[in-house]
Design a protein around this ligand. Structure first.
Ligand SMILES: *Cc1c(COP(=O)(O)O)cnc(C)c1O
Length: 403
């Protein structure tokens, strides 16, 4: 972005945007105003689960747009009933609350956990234990939950009631659980934090600790959910069941949609008037959410995610072997993948963009690869060729600098 456009822009200066303007999308492809085509391995940050312009989603949104957009939650919304039934049938949950975003789904999850203990006669149990490297959104409560100083700085006192412990430090975790603790909150796969997968054994131990202590296990599957990990939800890999789960991003396929799912027991404190939203679960969002689910629940859909994941991991392993001066590690599950960079991750992403492939930066100097879940084997092959060309270019410039 040029200095001139920065000062004259009507927009908040909160983003360092790449200098590219997309005009349309087709499947895994994005087409810029200048006609250049890019392979979208950024996926709108794990949102575009079915790629761009998926005919079933376009049709669902168009036909709903002609009927009814919005009525508010003062009335029954059949699409909510239907999507709620389908999501609870497919998961551990009995109850759903629809939102417009991930942070709002987390806010609902946090409120549900606190309210559960309140309704049980334990209002002092409101604290929530979280893990370092976490990301839960940008509202005041979710930056407190995430605990990252860079997101908290300058926004006044941190919202009370969040205790953060180092990832995998059992002693610290046991010490952090107090009589005031209401819940543990964790991403089964940290996205923003650098694609750190919580080991399955650790997930099972967290479940056991929650059962022993009478606290709730809250999962943030905003990024890892809706098929992204190769299972419908990432926690299924460890065969545990949470009490509450926040979901967003991929479930809307690009339409703003989130949902907080809970067991009937965990949601028992959320009585009439205790929570609300104007837009959440409106007919447009429900039409799209149901259409996303139609496709994700189709036979063979998750199998494709797992197969393409393997294909990418194999291609990346070979890149890692040949360019250890550029990339050093592959992480992740399904199509929630990360490549740890040796060069600055931002520089590698810019080079990838020059080779017509998009990626997303994450913590720990990682480049996230989050292609649409409908990507084909041929498209993965082409994407990996572009990625390798970018890595080779970075390696050549490393060599030039060293020489
Ligand atoms: C993106 C994300 C959020 C926040 O979602 P928004 O829709 O941006 O509010 C929360 N948790 C995780 C794990 C995320 O990846």
């Amino acid at each position: 972005m040029s200095a001139a456009s920065e000062t004259s822009s009507p927009l908040y200066g909160t983003y360092a945007r790449a200098d590219v303007r997309f005009e349309r999308g087709e499947g895994v492809w994005l087409v810029a105003e200048d006609g250049r085509r890019y392979m979208d391995f950024a996926g709108g940050v794990a949102v575009s689960s079915l790629g761009h312009g998926h005919p079933h989603l376009v049709e669902a949104l168009k036909s709903q747009a002609e009927k009814l957009w919005h009525v508010s939650n003062l009335y029954e919304i059949p699409g909510q009933q239907r999507l709620g039934e389908r999501l609870t049938a497919a998961t551990f949950a009995d109850k759903a609350f629809f939102t417009n975003s991930g942070a709002e789904a987390l806010e609902c999850a946090i409120k549900t956990a606190r309210r559960y203990h309140y309704a049980k006669g334990n209002p002092e149990r409101f604290r929530i234990v979280t893990f370092d490297g976490a990301f839960h959104g940008r509202t005041l409560a979710t930056i407190a939950a995430g605990g990252q100083p860079k997101y908290l700085e300058g926004f006044g006192p941190k919202v009370e009631g969040f205790d953060q412990v180092p990832f995998g430090d059992w002693e610290a975790l046991n010490a952090a659980i107090k009589p005031e603790t209401a819940a543990l909150l964790i991403e089964p796969i940290q996205g923003e934090g650098g694609i750190r997968v919580v080991p399955r054994e650790m997930m099972r131990r967290l479940r056991e600790i929650c059962d022993r202590e009478g606290i709730l296990l809250v999962l943030d599957e905003v990024q890892s959910g809706t098929g992204r990990s190769g299972r419908l939800f990432a926690h299924e890999w460890s065969e545990i069941r949470p009490d509450i789960m926040a979901v967003a991003k991929g479930i809307g396929g690009g339409f703003p949609l989130g949902v907080c799912l809970a067991t009937a027991e965990a949601a028992s404190g959320m009585t009439v008037g205790s929570h609300g939203t104007t837009y959440g679960g409106n007919p447009l969002a429900m039409a799209v959410g149901n259409a996303v689910l139609d496709v994700v629940l189709e036979e063979g859909f998750l199998e494709n995610v797992r197969d393409r994941s393997l294909q990418i991991k194999q291609a990346l392993a070979s890149v890692l072997d040949r360019y250890p001066d550029v990339v050093s590690e592959i992480r992740g599950e399904g199509l929630l993948l990360g490549v740890k960079a040796v060069v600055p991750n931002g520089a590698l992403i810019a080079e990838m963009r020059r080779h017509g492939i998009l990626g997303v930066p994450a913590g720990d100097n990682v480049v996230r690869l989050l292609p649409p879940l409908v990507i084909t084997a041929d498209e993965v092959r082409e994407g990996m060729e572009r990625l390798e060309a970018a890595v080779a270019a970075m390696s050549a410039s490393n060599t030039a600098k060293a020489g």
